[in-house]
Design a protein around this ligand. Sequence first.
Ligand code: SAH
Length: 375
Amino acid sequence: MTGLKNLLGLSSDALKSALIESGVEPKAAPMRARQLWNWIYVHGARDFASMTSLAKDFRGRMAETFSLARPEIVTEQISRDGTRKWLLRGAGGVEFETVFIPEPGRGTLCVSSQVGCTLNCRFCHTGTQKLVRNLTPAEIVGQVMIARDALNDWPSTAPGRRLTNVVMMGMGEPLYNFDNVKAALAIVADGDGLALSRRRITLSTAGVVPMIRRAGDEIGSALAISLHAARDEVRDVIVPLNRKYPIAELLAACREYPGVSNARRITFEYVMLKGVNDSLADARALVKLIRGIPAKINLIPFNPWPGAPYECSDWAQIEKFAEIVNRAGYASPVRTPRGRDIMAACGQLKSASRKERASARHAELRSAELARMPG
Ligand code: SAH
């Protein structure tokens, strides 16, 4: 802990206020804020010293008051298929993961919104990790910045960047961390910031119905829904949130999602679980269900993890399922599993972080004290 105030993740207004508070002339603050913003988000500056267009004494004063702290990288793993996964550490030592998936002509970063999750979807590895805490705007934006660092992908406004898309599909439920996700995505989407257009940002939700409209109005990204079943009896079991917000309500919210059109379709994610949701009757029920919604359906072969209670559907079954969906007029790409060998594929993310109990923390402090005592 440095005691310096972290500027990462602040809105440009908050940045201005922080500058004024630190003694910058109110009249000069808007310009100073713009300059810093540009260095931080367009050029990826990691310290004030590197901001060479700014006067040296100003840089010095900034460095005495503020930091530009990204999360710390704990490990990096690279899959056989080029997928890269970083385990990151945030304040308080919590750990979370972020995954970069390169594809021809584009690259997608799968970003986490929480450490752990409250939802307990039965097929999801993250769901076996209790919620530890929400990630801060700095930690969410920091994931994009760390990936840009590693990919040598600055400045963010240059053509030919490797990181072109962001999906909020890592650990956690983004709509249960709405304010921080919104603040972070505003910076990601800012043309003078990380400069990924809102159409290249997709927010995925398991179906927090009351927040979907707000997400459309206030975040304005593309929307993905983790649907995974066409009948409430099945979805109640595999996505327990369905008991609170059943399928009919979820789809009603999708129909009203601001800006949805044929050019801006909603993605329905559907994990293929053998014998659970993969019958051809399910496929027909699915297309009937979403009729009238501009949509694409993303069939995701189930990615296994240790102790998972399900198996992936057989390939032939996935193909038959996809054919029914296709014939109904929906694009239904089967998502090629990426990064399975490093546990980086959909639903495989998990970190060892646990919500500390006060008693456990005390015990740890006690034992650290004991260890320091001269033997
Ligand atoms: N909580 C949000 C964000 C997570 S997105 C949401 O549920 O949408 C992660 C996606 O991977 C979700 O569609 C999730 O249902 C899917 N997923 C989870 N576990 C999986 C697994 N083992 N195999 C394939 N997909 C999985």
